[in-house]
Design a protein around this ligand. Structure first.
Ligand code: A2P
Length: 279
């Protein structure tokens, strides 16, 4: 079975560098798809309260027959549940939906700066960490100004910042600022929701290695120490996205992909996103 490298987070917890994303995986399909991902070899599953599929993820982890400590589970706090008491209650709801004893990584899903609650939310996350309910805490969609405020006003440095990163939207400055603070970068929409896979450069590199464009883009992430969570509903693509440890991109090929930056954000802008529902 594929050996997925671990990344060591700033509190010593290790996370498999490649995981399975479940954004937009329908509630009713989640258990089946996640079970098949685990069967294929994934050992890190990423969900969120806002995806409405935590129950299926937890059921799949339990049905896998693997020891709990052999699967890394991330979930996220919904925007509407920010605030100290609200976050603690929402965590318990997520834990109940997942029906697992502890969560490996708990993330604030969006900073929602207009609400001004992410500092007190983080205090609740610090308590969950101290209580052992979660093994690591982090953020998602935090821009440099949100990280700066969090680092200045709270005690625990986030273990992870999960952000949109793909060849046509690399957020290099945010990646640099996060890493400089000791925060690991996790890429969501790592394939640019499919769109980046059609570029001539990526296609040519894929042909040279006898692999698919998606495998090239995943390699590009992995070779830069980024944690990556591709998602797919399709069993062949679920397997192919894990089969990325048998080839290596050259420095020149990495540079060619770096040159594809085009400011092509596909998700919401964290500076203004204040939605409370995330279906
Ligand atoms: P599908 O579920 O039909 O495989 P992102 O994670 O960047 O948002 O992109 C996810 C999208 O990319 C999904 O629509 C998924 O579709 C598609 N996708 C996932 N893996 C691959 C792959 N290996 N090749 C092509 N498309 C892929």
């Amino acid at each position: 079975m594929t050996q997925i490298p671990d990344i060591t987070l700033n509190n010593g917890v290790t996370i498999p560098q490649l995981g399975f994303g479940t954004f937009q995986v329908a509630e009713d399909d989640t258990q089946r798809i996640v079970e098949s991902a685990i069967e294929t070899g994934y050992r890190h599953i990423d969900t969120a309260a806002g995806y409405y599929n935590e129950a299926g993820v937890g059921a799949a982890v339990r049905a896998s027959g693997l020891a709990r400590e052999d699967v890394f589970v991330t979930t996220k706090l919904r925007n509407g549940n920010q605030g100290y008491e609200e976050a603690l209650a929402a965590f318990e709801a997520s834990r109940a939906a997942l029906d697992i004893d502890y969560v490996d990584l708990y993330l604030i899903h969006w900073p929602v700066p207009s609400k001004g609650l992410y500092i007190e939310t983080w205090r609740a996350f610090e308590k969950l960490l101290a209580d052992g309910a979660v093994r690591a805490i982090g953020v998602s969609n935090f821009l440099p100004e949100h990280l700066e405020k969090l680092l200045a006003e709270t005690d625990v440095v986030p273990a992870v910042n999960q952000i949109e990163v793909h060849p046509t939207f690399q957020q290099s400055e945010l990646v640099r600022v996060s890493r400089e603070a000791g925060i690991a970068v996790e890429a969501y929409s790592p394939l640019g929701r499919g769109a980046d896979l059609e570029s001539d450069e990526v296609t040519t590199i894929a042909q040279a290695h006898g692999v698919t464009p998606a495998q090239v883009v995943l390699r590009w992430h992995l070779q830069q120490d980024t944690i990556v969570i591709p998602k797919s509903n399709n069993p062949e693509r679920i397997a192919a996205n894990l089969d990325v440890f048998g080839f290596e991109l050259s420095t020149d090929e990495i540079a060619q992909i770096d040159a594809l930056e085009a400011g092509n954000r596909t998700g919401a802008d964290p500076a203004t996103a204040d939605f409370t529902q995330m279906r």
